[in-house]
Design a protein. Sequence first.
Length: 131
Amino acid sequence: MNATSEEAFLRTVKKDQHRVRTVKGFYENTLPNFSFEEHEKIALAYLDCDYHSSTKACLDFLNGKFQHGCLLAFDDWDCYYSDPKRGQKLAFSEFKDSTKSQYYFEELCNIASGGKCFVVLEIDKLGVEIL
């Protein structure tokens, strides 16, 4: 129920495969070897990892790669009885504290899966007209 093969996922995003890269493996093992092209920017980071440790690894990897106005979505936000001291909520709280001079996170909406979506705003661009 909560698993899909890489092949099935790629069939699902068939029209957008040219914009999607998949990487197999555990976050802490694969993210250090993954890199963005210089021209690539994050429009949406969708974190579908239940645990504090995996969410923390993803957020640490994404730090510095967000652009003003991109979306950060958490699929498993309400796991662990919606306990703010566990899972994605705890990892995000820690991340917000450590990046408060870089980013402001505006809550956007709930996700039907029990998730939550935020708009990432760069502190130095708040209130500034960006062309």
